[in-house]
Design a protein around this ligand. Structure first.
Ligand SMILES: Cc1ncc(COP(=O)(O)O)c(C=O)c1O
Length: 383
């Protein structure tokens, strides 16, 4: 098996030997992944239906990053972040997945090192390996799941080409504070100057619009000029099977012309990695839609309060749609198996390189939450 495939094997084994085995059981309460457990929003179907009928002969022709879609994203992102993003600096991608793959292909050479934090989303490592880069993993701070900037700074070498930051974070739900991002920007600027080569920061923000009340999202792009942002509509719309997202370059990033070309070449040569025509035509309407954040927050609170009461350890997430919970048994896979036998599916933390934890996806319904609570209580008592 290649190293790339090896880095994905744990997840595939979990999906095929565990999730696929249990998920179609009648009455199952599925908290394993960020998948919809209810019908898609009518507004989403309406947006696609509105643009289905071709308006020109090129409506369904080969698409690159469509000018209208680029303009929409640049305008909305500029309003949102208060920086003037340029349409030419936006690449429409096949979700955040496609944005990250494209950024890796455009920025990395074999032997480059890329730093990211643990626990982590599963696919950074295989995408880095695919480009011949070396993943360098630094744990987050145990006490509050914040980035450990000192350890990141110590992990930088002259081969470091990129740092990936994911905020709001999957799986911890942490939004990194402005003070942390300021310190990170300082460390990256110093190291870039020391080594005479810019270190890029890829800010992976597919959950950027899923922020709970009382929290504010700071983006690394506000603090560090060599930043690119990856984004997906699959989270805010809860339609991860309709693949669209974008990769945006900071307007403060110098020499962007070269990078624009490298990004488009990466998308073409990677297998025409542009989102489908219909999704690009619909993007202006999709921008106005979101899952119900009030309901999401209610689910977070009901689940978190109940689990804390039962004696589970967790930190209330500030964004995204996951709870990151300490496993009462050191073997989180075993604990997930115990829950699964009682009709509750969670993701063992080991799969995200966070052993000793498990992840609950709050995309499950409130009914699933209510049905699962006695199972969580009984499993806690047994340990
Ligand atoms: C942190 C993170 N980055 C990127 C992605 C990829 O998003 P998408 O599948 O919408 O492209 C995910 C999806 O779970 C994620 O959690």
């Amino acid at each position: 098996m290649t190293a790339v495939a090896g880095a994905t094997a744990n997840l595939l084994d979990f999906v095929t030997n565990f999730w696929d085995v249990h998920r179609s059981t009648p009455g199952i309460n599925d908290f394993a992944f960020g998948n919809p457990q209810e019908m898609a929003m009518p507004g989403f179907i309406g947006a696609l239906a509105k643009h289905l009928e071709p308006e020109s002969k090129d409506w369904y022709a080969y698409k690159r990053s469509e000018p209208n879609a680029r303009q929409t994203v640049a305008r909305r992102l500029s309003e949102w972040r208060g920086l003037q993003f340029q349409p030419e600096d936006i690449a429409l991608t096949v979700g955040a997945f496609g944005a990250i793959a494209t950024a890796c292909d455009a920025l990395l050479d074999p032997g480059d090192e890329v730093i990211f934090s643990l626990p982590t989303w599963f696919f950074y490592e295989p995408m880095l390996l695919l480009n011949g880069a070396r993943p360098v993993k630094v744990p987050v701070r145990r006490e509050d799941h914040d980035l450990d900037v000192d350890r990141i700074a110590s992990a930088i070498t002259e081969k470091t080409r990129m740092v990936i930051v994911n905020t709001p974070n999957n799986p911890t739900g942490r939004i990194y504070p402005a003070s942390t991002l300021t310190a990170l920007a300082r460390a990256l600027t110093e190291a870039s100057e020391r080594h005479g080569n810019p270190i890029y920061l890829l800010s992976d923000e597919p959950y950027a619009r899923l922020v709970f009340s009382g929290s504010v999202l700071s983006s690394p792009v506000d603090f560090y000029p060599h930043t690119l942002i990856s984004y997906s509509y699959g989270k805010v719309l809860l339609t991860p099977g309709q693949r669209i997202g974008w990769l945006a370059m900071s307007p403060n990033l110098p020499n962007r012309e070269e990078l624009r070309r490298a990004i488009e070449l990466a998308q073409m040569s990677g297998g025409w990695l542009f989102p489908n025509a219909l999704l690009q035509h619909s993007i202006d309407d999709l921008e106005d839609l979101s899952i119900d954040l009030i309901e999401l927050e209610k689910k977070r609170d009901v689940m978190a309060d109940a689990l804390l009461e039962m004696g589970y350890e967790l930190r209330l997430p500030e964004g995204a749609f996951y709870l990151w919970v300490g496993s009462p048994r050191p073997d989180d896979y075993q604990f997930a198996a115990t829950l699964a036998r009682q009709g509750v599916l969670v993701l063992p933390g080991s799969i995200t390189e966070g052993p000793g934890y498990f992840r609950i996806s709050l995309t499950a319904t409130m009914e699933m939450i209510e049905r699962s609570l006695p199972v969580f209580a009984a499993a806690r008592q047994k340990t």
